[in-house]
Design a binder for this molecule. Structure first.
Ligand code: COA
Length: 261
């Protein structure tokens, strides 16, 4: 382990792992960490060799236990607002990345940690996972999309229970609510996340990018509008090299070779 607040490793070709790395502070999200995350998102967006990203936390105890509360002290309104604007922008950028992202959560994913997970496409939880938006206990409210993304993900009443009663939910509960795609023993967390990443690699990259956009943006539009967008996407994908390759490979009973074209 290095001193870097965000570690980047290539797990295998196409799969990158980013690890929030301040385990002694439960990986609390400091400004340098947010900046490092943005730099990695930009680099990943520009690198055609990277197809999917796993985000996780260092140590046994946390994914990310929220914004670094130490940075909040002293009623420094301008600095506080700057932190909020910056983290919101970077979280939005993570959500908009045109490559599938996988959050692998063990221990605490609170506040900004849960908000980051909600920006990811697939969430895998360990049994130890505890997810929550406890900002109300600090006299504050979430600011990185939590009130909105969680409510859209689980509905008003489940979201209210998590925020208004400051409930920390388990991985099992996250699975029951449909946030987590899987909940596994802690020792199996990374294997499970990597298996998901390998499955993602089999889906054509342009198709994945377009489906991701449809999944994220569609629910904000009226159904006929979202469906029109869906059909436009499909017709566009049909005309791509990979669209034809997928069909040819199926009929020739061979594995497709997708190139993102
Ligand atoms: N910001 C800054 N430091 C944090 C932090 C945060 N969000 N979460 C944990 N830490 C630090 C603690 O201050 C402590 O540091 P220290 O050892 O230098 O004193 C260390 O991480 C370990 O946390 P600690 O509180 O001692 O562990 P615990 O097991 O008693 O409690 C939590 C774990 C997650 C319940 C508790 O740390 C907590 O409530 N954290 C804040 C969660 C939160 O409100 N997040 C939203 C922020 S907007």
């Amino acid at each position: 382990m290095t001193d870097a607040v965000l570690l980047r490793e290539t797990i295998e070709p196409g799969i990158i792992r980013l690890t929030f790395n301040r385990p002694d502070k439960l990986n609390a999200l400091s400004t340098p960490m947010i900046r490092a995350l943005e730099a990695e998102i930009d680099a990943i967006a520009a690198d055609a060799g990277v197809r999917t990203v796993i985000l996780t936390g260092a140590g046994e105890r946390a994914f990310v236990a929220g914004a670094d509360i130490a940075e909040y002290q002293g009623n420094r309104t301008r600095a506080f607002a700057a932190y909020q604007f910056e983290s919101r922008r970077v979280f939005d950028k993570l959500e908009a990345l045109r490559k599938p992202t996988i959050a692998a959560i063990r221990g605490y994913a609170l506040g900004g940690g849960f908000e980051i997970a909600l920006c990811c496409d697939i969430i895998v939880c360990a049994e130890s996972a505890r997810l929550g938006l406890p900002e109300g206990l600090l006299g504050l409210s979430p600011g990185g999309g939590g009130t909105q993304r969680l409510t859209r993900a689980v509905g008003r009443h489940a979201a209210s229970d998590i925020m208004l009663a400051a409930r920390r939910i388990t991985g099992e509960r996250a699975y029951a609510l449909g946030i987590a795609a899987a909940v596994v023993a802690d020792a199996e967390l990374m294997t499970t996340a990597i298996e998901r990443a390998r499955a993602v690699l089999k889906v054509a990259p342009l198709a994945a990018a377009e489906m991701k956009r449809l999944i994220r943006q569609g629910p904000d539009s009226a159904l006929p509008v979202a469906q029109a967008f869906e059909q436009e996407v499909l017709l566009r994908l049909y005309g791509t090299r990979d669209g034809q390759e997928g069909i040819d490979a199926f009929l020739a009973k061979r594995d497709p070779e997708f190139r993102g074209e």
